[in-house]
Design a protein around this ligand. Sequence first.
Ligand code: MTE
Ligand code: LUZ
Ligand code: MOS
Length: 761
Amino acid sequence: MKNIDSRTHTRGESVYVDDMPVIAGTLYAVAFDSVVAHAKIKSLDLTEAEAVTGVERIFTYKDITGENQIGGIIPDEQLLAESVVDFWGMPIALVVAESEEIARVAAKKIKVEFEKLPVIVDPREAAKQNKLIMPPRTFQNGDTSAQWAKCEHIIEGIAESGGQEHLYIETQGAYAVPLENGNIKIYSSTQGPTAVQRTTARVLGLPMHKIEVDVTRLGGGFGGKEDQATTWAIMAALATHHLKRPVKCILDRMADMRMTGKRHPYSSDFKLGLSKDLKILAFEATFYQNAGAAADLSPAVLERTLFHANNTYNIPDAKVTAYSCKTNLPPNTAFRGFGGPQGMFVIEAAIVKAAEELGIEPTVIQEKNLLKDGDMFHYGQITAGCMAKNCWTRADELYNIKKTREEVDAFNAKNKLYKKGFAIMPICFGISFTKTLMNQARALVHVYTDGSVGVSTGAVEMGQGVNTKMLQVAATIFSISVNRVKVETTNTTRVSNTSPTAASATADLNGKATQLACEAILGRLKKRAAIELKANENDITIKDEVVYVKGNKTELTWPKLVTACFINRESLAEHAHYATPEIHFDTTKERGHPFAYHVYGTSLYTVTIDCIRGTYDIDSVRVVHDYGKSMNAAIDRGQIEGGIVQGIGWMTMEELIYNSEGRLMSNALSTYKVPDIYSVPKEILIHPLETEVDSLAIFNSKAVGEPPIMYGIGAYFALRNAVKAFNPSANIPLNAPMTPEKVLMGLYEKSVAFKSEALPV
Ligand code: MTE
Ligand code: LUZ
Ligand code: MOS
């Protein structure tokens, strides 16, 4: 089935917040933000700005009627700065005017005096100064200290990965509309309608029921709107609350890039111990997460880094520790993979470094240590339905690992100015919010008297196709045409207390709730059919909108049956609740069974570098992916292709640069490079590993949103492999992204020993 949005998307008719017809009397809000990363606010003078014609009002923290606090996990973040600014881009005031243009002009006239404070941008420096968001956490299994003596090879090093700008096509924004009695309705581009509702209520000092949040769809979120859409919704609502007028607050691209948080950069230490036959005996890592100036979702992201520190390898003795480091960057936040990619990059770096030191292929170590059923993750969960080896083996059958390697070597033997590189990136990603309580969802299903159906859930459509999947669930359970089903906007008055659309679990959680609601209605319909047809309820089935008794077609059709139910005063609506069974996690022991299941996959990369220029092409990405049993092959394929390209962007070209003053230098698309049509892989092959193993996935169709981004890590190591083909002794720091500049430096790097001798004293 096609994505139900494909028609309006391609015709440009899909509606986003900024496309909504403007209500008469609407005002426009623009945030005035800090131009220093850490300072005391000595004075703030609004007079000149307030005098600009068309300015309605300028708000500061003093106008906040509830709490000036937007921190979700830890209450450590002010909506509007009071006496101190903690990052470049922190909102200080909100200018509300008759037009966005006027608001912008007025914001420039605000005068503020700062007294600068020391700026920290480096997470290790923050850790050294004990500036931490929370106490460090350690996951531990077995006893690594006892293992080192048994190791034949011990490899230590540092691995670093950079941040990533979400670059959703639709920037952050919200439209707040006053209703009667001081109630407010907010149209928000958010992954978390309930987070917007809850935090707006808190800041305005209102009960949650006075705030209604409505979401039609997002022009992309990628995690950037899991928590950080809230700020802009509250800004609009704060003005609406005071002025009783509709208020729009939409960020332009540069404001969005400057003021919002991104993927967390990490700097990590690793120590890997191998036996003589290359089994991983011990692994230790210390992760320094660059959290930025406030907690935001960093504690949860940090946790997922620890969960995914082993990627897809069996490591009986592991000890991993993570520090969430408070720096003066905008608070970093959720981004596809949610700390998992950062963790997985480190174990892959350790394996590659080990292979380079031993003069062997990394694939040998990778393959030897793949997880299998019955192995235990370092947090206590036992693997079941493990597809790590199945994916690897199938990839070898389909794409021939040995032959691919030989072709790369043959090319390199023949060519001087171009070199090819090869890498395999296997993945394993846990599905469920790591915070167990978040794994719940509800759905509200209405069957109307004409047989058409309306489905409301907590799921937010952001391009990933979840609305199409919800529609498929309802149509499948009822066995009716997809044309009879409509998926409603996501609205807090219809479905409440929702978890954000995140963790790739949206289709599972909301799909299962939809399934339960539909099944309850179906049960009543079948009962009614049995009465109408004078048959036994257990003999009734509905197929393609027709009622069958003992497999025999009857005259009773879906619309007639629905009408019969209504005439007999039986309910045609249902609100259902789903909570993932089996999962639990004890944070005092750091052990449990946090994930409903894991998603596996294997990807093979070949790349070509230009040894004069340092430029490169990704030649091919060949994947075997564990779909379970995909309920929508086209959508799932799109998720994998998009995830791969986004992951390659993170690992190869997207480079966030903050200067030592904490100012974002890569603050526009002229200085921040993302993958485009010319840089995407020349070939992407995706082979489904369709499995019949039962899982907690909706219709056994495994979650697919985030796992593929981690395939992108293979691009980094394939490029490194190509550089080494040209300059085998190159000492290349394990520091992503592998930009063309870094490739070039690696190509002409002399070994460290050589360098120190050659340097003039
Ligand atoms: N795909 C598109 N097109 N746009 C997005 O914003 N977000 C990703 C992924 N795929 C995203 C996307 C992220 S970060 C997550 S968590 C999942 O979609 C969320 O949706 P799901 O739970 O329905 O997979
Ligand atoms: N958000 C969250 C997430 O709150 N918890 C998670 O475990 C998670 N995982 C992935 C993406 N977002
Ligand atoms: Mo995705 S990082 O869970 O929004």
